[in-house]
Design a binder for this molecule. Structure first.
Ligand code: TRP
Length: 347
């Protein structure tokens, strides 16, 4: 490597690392998009971070799937990342299972994670209630695999929704414990919780979060909804008995719609109120449908395009896995040394 390349490398080293994974669990909602993915794209495009984005396909095995269905969901999740604007020329994009270091470090971290702390995880408690006939060990150790995902890359920030905060905390605890035993090995990651993520509620019951597992299709907008579907769902959105487009205590329905309009247009909620002064709920719902449809349309079209182009998705995944694996191995080498394993022969 010549000196300019070295200097370039050094400059690159200085950027902070941002990493996040998406579950391959089907269509993401407008809430997921505005709360998570659109922020991932902003972080990527800010140029301030080296970004890694992946599909958590190993984590998906903790619940039973039909194998061909799961494979489809994994391709779809990758297509969704790209369709929402994650650019494999700017970020490292890969499938978790393609980078063997995740499973390896996951096992090692299992040995530094306590039964008691895993038992206290709310997601474990919720999921074992929901899948009572399949409380497998993977469901239990999910957090140490997730810690491995993060710690492998010396990650600085993890942009996630509020629901993942406890997982970041346990990753920090595991890293701190390991560093305490062996000396500095892992960077301690920070959660990067975005404010908007809590805001997007169901269109049918605005006291509930918009959740992709909602059985009522009218409650959620997904990134694959057509323009027509989007407009119709907003027309039917539940609002209270008021008539003014104004935020207010207990007006969950209109508050949610104003929140969505402001998130999609990047306007403040006051600006939205001003724009719709003198207009009724009907006009406002139509306008919401239109701005959301305009925002979703190109994303939907790109996702569908990518889903029809498996070869391309596979090329992206392969290149991403090579890039990620190279970075991950640096941490693995350190970990092997620290815990007392014998360095692997280089093939
Ligand atoms: N647990 C996350 C979720 O359910 C997915 C995930 C797996 C993740 N590994 C990660 C998120 C690492 C951030 C970083 O959405």
């Amino acid at each position: 490597m010549n000196s300019t390349a070295l200097a370039e490398e050094a400059k690159k080293e200085k950027k902070k690392i941002s990493l996040s994974f998406i579950q391959p669990s089907g269509n993401i909602t407008l809430g997921n998009y505005l709360g998570a993915l659109s922020n991932w794209v902003k972080i990527q495009d800010s140029g301030e971070f080296d970004c890694l984005y992946a599909v958590a396909d190993l984590h998906a095995l903790t619940v039973r799937h039909d194998p061909s269905e799961l494979r489809k969901l994994i391709y779809q999740a990758l297509a969704t990342l790209l369709g929402c604007g994650i650019d494999p020329e700017k970020s490292i994009v890969f499938l978790q299972s393609h980078v063997h270091q995740h499973a390896e470090l996951g096992w090692i971290l299992d040995c530094y994670t306590m039964f008691g702390e895993l038992s206290r995880m709310t997601q474990f408690k919720d999921k074992s209630a929901k899948y009572a006939d399949n409380i497998n060990a993977g469901l239990f150790t999910y957090p140490s695999l997730m810690a491995a995902d993060i710690l492998l890359y010396q990650t600085d920030v993890v942009p996630v929704g509020q629901d993942q905060k406890q997982h970041i905390e346990i990753a920090r605890d595991i890293a701190t414990r390991f560093n305490g035993l062996y000396g500095n090995t892992f960077k301690i990651p920070e959660p990067y919780i975005t404010k908007s993520s809590a805001k997007i509620a169901s269109l049918v019951d605005p006291t509930k979060k918009m959740s992709k597992s909602d059985t009522n299709a009218n409650a959620i907008i997904t990134v694959l909804d057509t323009d027509d579907q989007i407009i119709k769902k907003f027309k039917r959105a539940v609002t209270d008995s008021g008539s003014e487009v104004k935020m207010g205590e207990g007006k969950d329905g209109i508050n949610n719609l104003i929140g969505i309009y402001s998130a999609v247009t990047d306007m403040t909620t006051e600006e939205v109120e001003r724009q719709f002064e003198g207009k009724g709920y009907g006009d406002f719902k139509l306008a919401c449908g239109e701005v959301v449809a305009d925002r979703i349309r190109p994303i939907r079209e790109r996702i569908l395009d990518y889903m029809n182009n498996k070869d391309y998705l596979e090329r992206v995944a392969q290149r991403g896995a090579e890039q990620a694996s190279r970075l991950a191995q640096r941490t693995m080498d350190k970990v092997f040394k620290k815990v007392g394993l014998v360095a692997k022969p280089r093939g």
